[in-house]
Design a protein around this ligand. Sequence first.
Ligand code: BGC
Length: 355
Amino acid sequence: MKSIVVTPRVQGSLKLMDMDIPQVGEKEVLLKVLKVGVCGTDRDIIAGFYGEAPEGSSYLVIGHESLCRIEEVGSGVDTFRKGELVVPTVRRNCPENCESCRNGMSDMCLTGHYKEHGIKQLHGFAREYAISDSGFVVKLPESLSDAGILLEPLTIVEKGISVSYAMQNSRLPWRPERAIVLGAGPVGLLATAVLRLKGLEVDTVATRPEDSLKARLAEQTGASYINAAKNPLATLESRYDLVLEVTGNVSVAVEAQKLARVNGIVSYLGIYKETTATEDAGKIFTDLVLGNRVYFGSVNANKKYFQAGVDDLIRIQQEWSGFLGKMITKRVRPEGLSEAYGPVGPDGIKNIIEF
Ligand code: BGC
């Protein structure tokens, strides 16, 4: 079967490889992969910055965003049937089975020895058939047989927003009115939609023009689009209850802190390159303390957020027809892998591969 692999840490090693269909274990499911999505993490792995092969393998099958159908179930699995539409989560428990992992929260693994499909020590889903532990698979309704490929990036948003609300509600009577989303790629647009579903006024910021697809999609949800190329972040007021930073850009991350109002919260969902910044650290910490602000980071998502994401994908489809489909701007067959993992293009948003 066709599989998309890299030699981790070797730039330019991306290739299509022929592999045997994996054997399903007792508690596992064999997945027929319909689609995989391409994100910044995949591009970082291909560029050689990131990624680890499974033990004993010299290569890693990439792909962690997927939409699949159950092909076969292991002898000990009675929760799935052949043909069901599903998405597997990305992260699996650490060998120590730490308290978080034991309790279904491998996204909060304490040892750092967790594994991630397509990223760290487990083959991913960019192949015709893949395997997952059946305990980490979520069912989707048939109405999501295309848009379901956006579930995994949406779960990153679900966790960031849900943790923000939980933290804020535990420390004050929180009535958020205004949010800002920094970035309007797939994660930024999904965050915009979820915050609009919650009834917040949302400003979504990116650098594309006002008539770009990103701007139009943000506006379809009732959010306002801010073109940062014309209105730099530094000119915006500190008036937001919730700030979501999803660009993964360090200078934007620094500006993000200044946008939170008193008692506000800033959620960082990007992955940043190491950089030495020249910022007034005293001011950053004084603003944090005197404004009762919270700045926090969030990575990965457990099954609870995948389930919340399924509900929100359905609600987004009902509220804003065509929104999810328009986010997928390039569909490529596995043979076109260099196009799939290349840039999204001038008005592009999300590339996917269809098997
Ligand atoms: C994935 C997460 C993963 C993170 C770090 C992201 O692109 O969506 O599931 O935990 O990369 O590896």
